[in-house]
Ligand binder design. Structure first.
Ligand code: SF4
Length: 237
């Protein structure tokens, strides 16, 4: 496991549970709006943390913690992910996986082997716009679709989420995404925020991305709710 960040306690990352969060280093996407650029672009990588030390810390606090969130970066490209999760499950803790859905076989194995209890998948945009929004020109959209299908039918807790960015998303692409996710059990729309770690900024590219206004986000939410009635905005003040 390549771990570059560790939050010892959070009430925000695992819905309804006191958890800690692990940030893995490395990702196979290049979403221009990504706020964790230092976990994605190798030229910004920071020294790795000691996996055993982190496991030791979790073990010590396992009577207080309820769960562990594994995020990134992209956890499913990590060698040693399964062994790491097994160590956590041996401590009787819940595991939440955040994934971009590029490795459906890994997600399926983790579900089948009861190694994860919750999966949160970023659905970047409609299938037609996936390459643009993920920053991966040759993205294998069939793999992403397989991940969506298997997560929906897995029986474990899940959520889908989309970060909306003016310059990358449109009413049409939002509508197509919502049609794809029709009747999902949980779907959150998040708003892009310009921060220092944003990939587009780190790459020194001319900034073309902007946040939608609250009014625009509410309009997009009402489009989404035609297909996914439980959809909500998240983190929008
Ligand atoms: S937002 Fe995109 S680039 Fe950033 S970690 Fe997630 S999938 Fe990777």
């Amino acid at each position: 496991m390549k771990i570059a960040g560790f939050v010892k306690t959070t009430l925000l990352d695992y819905p309804g549970h006191l958890a800690c969060t692990i940030f893995v280093q490395g990702c196979n996407m290049r979403c221009p709006f990504c706020q964790n650029g230092s976990l994605v672009l190798p030229e910004y990588f920071e020294p790795l943390m000691d996996t055993e030390e982190i496991l030791g810390h979790i073990r010590k606090r396992s009577s207080v913690l309820e769960g562990v969130c594994i995020t990134g970066g992209e956890p499913t490209i990590m060698p040693g992910l399964k062994a790491f999760i097994r160590d956590i499950k041996d401590m009787d803790l819940l595991v939440k996986l955040d994934s971009n859905g590029t490795n459906p076989d890994t997600v399926r194995e983790l579900i089948e082997e009861k190694l994860i209890d919750f999966v949160a998948m970023d659905v970047k945009s409609s299938p037609a716009d996936y390459a643009l929004v993920s920053g991966v020109p040759g993205i294998d959209i069939e793999k992403i679709k397989r991940s969506v299908d298997l997560i929906r039918s897995s029986g474990i807790d899940y959520e889908f989420r989309t970060t909306l960015v003016k310059g990358l998303h449109s009413k049409e692409s939002v509508r197509e995404t919502a049609k794809w996710l029709k009747d999902a059990k949980a779907y959150f729309l998040q708003s892009y925020r310009e921060e220092d770690g944003v990939i587009e900024k780190l790459k020194g590219e001319e900034l073309k991305l902007e946040s939608f206004t609250k009014e625009e986000l509410n309009e997009l939410l009402s489009i989404v709710r035609e297909y996914v009635p439980v959809a909500e905005l998240r983190g929008v003040d």
